[in-house]
Design a protein around this ligand. Sequence first.
Ligand code: TA6
Length: 310
Amino acid sequence: MSAQDWILPGLARRETGENGLPRIAVNTPLAEAHLYFHGAHLTYFRPKSGPSTTPCLFMSGSSWFAAGRPIRGGIPVVFPWFGRRRDDPAAPQHGFARLREWSLRGAAPQPDGAVAVVLALESDAETRSLWPHDFRLELRVVVGNSLLVELRATNLSPSAFTFEEALHTYLAVADVRQVVVQGFHGPFADTSGGGWKIRQEAEGPVRLAAETDRIYLGHRNRIVVQDPTGKRALAVEREGSDAAVLWNPWIAKAKAMPDFGDDEWPFMLCVEAGNVADCAVTLPPGATHRLATRLLSEPLPSEGRATSRG
Ligand code: TA6
């Protein structure tokens, strides 16, 4: 490795990742992570202390790593729409930000020993052909005992625009059939099978036993995924996020996804921070909106049972 590969000597460097795609590898005494320039996609985060030092993010062994294709797993950046474009079915699912090559904006060590890396994406003719507005996106990743990911969207247009966004986090779990999810309450949109049916969550923790695809609007709670088989809990804290998404494809949908192994569905659970549907963001000219998600690896409650606290 040559000297110019170091972004932060001894802490962060450019290297060649999967399928020859360039990435930034962060390796500190606290944790390690991989951040691809393709889609500003964080694919790997492993804390080096705490209840478990196994990776906290799921990555599919069948993922594409190719121009124009989304990476399957880690934390996809969803912008400027979520899901399918109702007015343009041919437009890429979940927007174009995760399909573009981002550029390095900067990197810096933090007082607590973490390392921050910032990638950026600005509008151009291609993005304007899909979405007629000028913007700048900055993704700031802070790799420490926990993982902080911030998405800042700035309106560079002369008029306001409205967008949807999400940090589509794929949590790594040892067996999704055993997990207990705390923190989801109230009504949600059940979008499994492509529908949109409002249902009411029963009080108490959520357990999964089938394809689960839920959008909770007006939801800001801390979410904790207790993974008894993995002997840890993964907590997701959010800021600037009025919606949360819970997703596991289960058996049939896993088989239908070419970039997802048929037998991989028990090992992941998406808990996504975002602003979608009625919670979409309208940004005045020159303004910036910050969406943030923090991922923490924590011990299970002492008995390993679901706590009563929501
Ligand atoms: O976030 C849940 C969801 O909208 C699901 O409906 C499913 O489509 C998932 O995103 C994955 O989307 P992708 O385009 O990455 O295959």
